[in-house]
Design a protein around this ligand. Structure first.
Ligand code: NAD
Ligand code: TYD
Length: 352
């Protein structure tokens, strides 16, 4: 492994991963291949370009377009693809599923075809815990059935299954990681933690869905990057690995914690109509990746604390996004008229 193509590397996790790889492996070269959708942002890679310009390149392109994918592999002598490129936000997938099917399913197929044609050393798929669907009790193992319930998770499940099929059918050397909710630097402020932190900084309401008692495993993005790195180098070819802290937190508890860290009142919590088909709980069994020697180094609480601090210190990054026309229009479409009756501090009365 020497020349890695990081698809979707201008997004949240991909940019953290590109930085991680270049820092950790002085012999590696990285080409980020990214369409730069609303979620892609070259500001995420500014410091990477400055620090590693001789080992880093950027190509703007769509993973659904076979020719530029092939050209990039040839020009950069790529031996490994790590695929982060996807449409990633559940609420957008409910409003407009089209791009999810195209990018997450067809785009993954295009990359797999290229991996096959060029006989790449490895194709790694960045998948998600959401493919297991709502988990009423216990924790999902990698061998559990895949029962996605949103257009986003169904598209990601399709991709995950296609990756598996390319390994079985054509012998493409694949690995898969299925991550829980990542948080940390450079996460687009549509996802709940950066949305709530930045709204709270500006004393704006935090739109909490339903009763706020949905359960997630909020884990730190750099822990996820370490896990992908480990699976790339030491994972079983053809294998899938769950990645998270293996613990749980309600959205209400997460919200209260970040308000406390920011010194803001709970009256900012605004209950809003729930998401359609909202998965109430995700929970991952992380025994398999632990057995490979990986441990999360941040708890959910530590991940939230670090994330809050980053957004407080890096308003230069998120203010232009939030004041932009695309974001403002999305926000109106997503949240206007969605408020539920009752005092905005309803959250105070509930148990986390
Ligand atoms: P993100 O939305 O921040 O970034 C996605 C990136 O993909 C953007 O840079 C975008 O421009 C690019 N992209 C989108 N469509 C493309 C296309 N057709 N061709 C090329 N590039 C395209 O997403 P993220 O949160 O960094 O997630 C990265 C990956 O990790 C995704 O595959 C996601 O499903 C998976 N994942 C995310 C989480 C999470 O909590 N964020 C958890 C588990 C797995
Ligand atoms: P999100 O960050 O969209 O990730 P995912 O749905 O992929 O887990 O949402 C995390 C949780 O926060 C989820 O239970 C939905 C909830 N949520 C809100 O309560 N309000 C919001 O405005 C958003 C975006 C999410």
């Amino acid at each position: 492994m020497r020349n890695l193509m990081i698809t979707g590397g201008a997004g949240f996790i991909g940019s953290n991963f590109a930085r991680h790889l270049l820092e950790r492996y002085p012999g590696y070269r990285v080409v980020v291949y990214d369409k730069l959708t609303y979620a892609g942002n070259l500001d995420n890679l500014k410091d990477v370009e400055e620090a590693f310009g001789d080992r880093y390149a950027f190509v703007r392109g769509d993973i659904c377009d076979a020719q530029p994918v092939r050209r990039t592999i040839q020009e950069h002598d790529v031996d490994t693809i790590v695929n982060f490129a996807a449409e990633t936000h559940v609420d957008r997938s409910i409003m407009e599923p089209d791009a999810f099917v195209k990018t997450d399913v067809y785009g993954t197929y295009t990359l797999l075809e290229a991996a096959r044609e060029f006989d790449l050393e490895r194709y790694h798929q960045v998948s998600t815990d959401e493919i297991y669907g709502h988990v009423p009790e216990g924790s999902s193992k990698e061998t559990d059935p895949i029962v996605p319930r949103s257009p986003y998770s169904a598209s990601k499940a399709g991709a995950d299954l296609m990756v598996h099929a390319y390994h079985i059918t054509y012998g493409v050397p694949v690995t898969i990681t299925r991550g829980a909710n990542n948080i940390g630097p450079y996460q687009y402020p549509e996802k709940v933690v950066p949305l709530f932190v930045t709204n709270a900084i500006d004393d704006q309401p935090l739109p909490l869905y339903g009763d706020g008692l949905q359960v997630r495993d909020y884990h730190y993005v750099l822990d996820h990057c370490e896990a992908i790195d480990l699976v790339l180098h030491q994972g079983e070819v053809g294998g899938a690995y769950n990645v998270g802290t293996g613990t749980e937190m309600t959205n209400l508890a997460m919200t209260r914690m970040l308000l406390r860290l920011l010194g803001k009142p709970e009256s900012l919590i605004q209950p809003v109509r729930d998401r359609a088909g909202h998965d109430r709980r995700y929970s991952l069994d992380i025994g398999r990746i632990r057995a490979l020697g990986w441990e999360p180094t941040h708890s959910c609480e530590e991940a939230i604390e670090k994330t809050v601090r980053w957004y407080v210190d890096n308003a230069w990054w998120w203010r232009p996004i939030k004041s932009g026309e695309h974001y403002q229009e999305y926000y109106r479409k997503q949240y206007a008229g969605r408020e539920l009756e009752g005092p905005s501090a309803t959250g105070n009365k509930r148990e986390a």
